[in-house]
Design a protein around this ligand. Structure first.
Ligand SMILES: [Ca+2]
Ligand SMILES: [Ca+2]
Ligand SMILES: [Ca+2]
Length: 152
């Protein structure tokens, strides 16, 4: 189980998995320290906070989307998406499916505001570090559950 998660999710997430065995695990539970996954996403948040003002805006989301559209065809496909993140292919493809709201296989600029709103949980137009990290962890948990890593 642990080895499998390490393989698909990479070293940082592997560390997290070590600290968070599945609920039904019979192995002895190490002291829970939810910090590592959050720390990982915190670093991510600041990387995507392009003007370093401590919040993410819709325009930053759109800029990131433009950066990700490597071939400039107006959509971000899975290959382009995986090239921007540190995730492995399996993990990224699951997250991608989640973000591709209309499930047409590409993320278009029109889908960005919806994605932004998903993170901006209090709808004030800014994504704070806390909102970002909370949502990322929520997606991570959903996705690992979907691919059978969060269960048993
Ligand atoms: Ca910003
Ligand atoms: Ca593209
Ligand atoms: Ca889409």
């Amino acid at each position: 189980m642990l080895t499998r998660l390490c393989l698909v999710a990479g070293l940082l997430l592997c560390v997290e998995a070590t600290k968070h065995p599945p609920m039904a695990s019979t192995s002895p539970k190490p002291t829970p320290t939810p910090l590592s996954l959050a720390d990982f996403y915190r670093i991510y948040f600041h990387r995507e906070d392009l003007n370093n003002d401590g919040v993410q805006t819709l325009s930053e989301f759109e800029q990131l989307w433009r950066q990700a559209d490597l071939n400039g065809d107006g959509s971000v496909d899975l290959r382009e998406y995986t090239s921007i993140g540190p995730s492995t292919m399996l993990m990224a493809s699951e997250v991608y499916k989640y973000l591709d709201h209309d499930h047409n296989g590409v993320i278009t600029l029109q889908e960005i505001p919806r994605m932004f709103t998903q993170f901006d949980t209090n709808y004030d137009g800014w994504i704070t570090e806390q909102e970002f990290v909370d949502e990322k962890i929520r997606i991570f948990n959903l996705v690992t559950k979907n691919i059978g890593l969060g269960k048993k």
